[in-house]
Structures are given as structure tokens and as C-alpha cells.
Design a protein around this ligand. Structure first.
Ligand code: MG
Length: 167
């Protein structure tokens, strides 16, 4: 059966942190405050994938009280989520995502971010969409924080693909 999932995340922008989105270090005067690298895009994506497979959420699998995850690259978490999906019998059909942020403009980094996600998830870049928008100055989302949404479609893996997976 096909399954859809939605994920959302938000982190505060603060000085003295690197800005990491989709595993890419983006030059900016501020970064996202978090136990991990604060990658809102990847966190939203992990939650969308886990949600679609009804496997809970990122906080259950990777608690922020656990020292092992301090400062970890969120791409590592995404890789682990992808393995869980595979074991549960799913593969990714497509991903759509949105970042709510005023600055910096990420258009020039879009292809590289999609490339990172595509490499970790082992799916074609064409199956991944990344959009960005401001919040039009309404509230502090976009100026004091960056938020991200992701929606995914999961497809059942064929029996032949399942046999190849090491458990
Ligand atoms: Mg997060």
C-alpha cells in the first residue's frame, strides 16, 4: 500500500552556530540552535518518512537527551531512518519540502542540498523537491527561526528487493 507522511520542524537562529540545511553548510552570520546540527529540513524529512511508515517520530528514535546525538550530522539520522523504512518494506516514491526563511536566499544551494539528500536516501534527485518562502514578516518564523515542512510518499518494496536487504 502507498503511504503518505508529513513532517515539521523549527529551530531558532542564533549567533555562533553553523547554518546547516540538507547537510550543507551555508555561509551565514547565524545558525540553528539544537542538540544536533539543527538541520530543520532533514528533521522534518525524517519525521515525514517515519510518519508515513507509522514508526513514531525522530524524538523517539534519536532522543535529544542522548549524548550520542550531540552535534551529530542529521544526515546520519536520515540514513538510519531510511534503513528502518527499508526493513519495514517501503521505498521512497517522492519528497516535497518547504523551508520558511527570510535569509539567506538558498536558491543557489538548492541543487547541492538535493544532491546530498539523494545520495543518502539512494533515490533520484528528480524525486526530491525543495522550495523556500518567507513568512512575509508575520511573527518571527523566517527572521528569528527557520521552519521546515516535508511530505513524502512511500511505496511498497517489491519482494525481490526485500530479499536483497540485510537485516
Ligand atoms: Mg529538530
Amino acid at each position: 500500500m502507498f503511504k503518505v507522511g508529513i513532517g515539521y520542524d523549527i529551530h531558532r537562529l542564533v549567533r555562533g552556530r553553523k547554518l546547516i540545511l540538507g547537510g550543507l553548510h551555508i555561509p551565514f552570520k547565524k545558525g540553528l540552535l539544537a542538540h544536533s546540527d539543527g538541520d530543520v529540513l532533514v528533521h522534518a524529512l525524517c519525521d515525514a518518512l517515519l510518519g508515513a511508515a507509522n514508526l513514531g517520530d525522530i524524538g523517539i528514535h534519536f532522543p535529544n537527551s542522548d549524548k550520542r546525538y550531540k552535534g551529530i550530522s542529521s544526515l546520519k539520522l536520515l540514513e538510519a531512518v531510511n534503513r528502518k523504512l527499508s526493513k519495514a518494506g517501503y521505498k521512497i516514491g517522492n519528497i516535497d519540502s518547504v523551508l520558511l526563511m527570510d535569509q539567506p536566499k538558498i536558491n543557489q544551494f538548492r541543487q547541492e542540498i538535493i544532491g546530498n539528500l539523494s545520495a543518502v536516501l539512494k533515490i533520484a534527485p528528480q524525486a526530491i523537491s525543495l522550495k523556500a518562502t518567507t513568512n512575509e514578516g508575520v511573527g518571527s518564523i523566517g527572521s528569528k527561526a527557520i521552519a521546515g515542512y516535508a511530505v513524502v510518499l512511500l511505496e511498497p518494496r517489491a519482494q525481490s528487493e526485500k530479499r536483497k536487504t540485510k537485516t
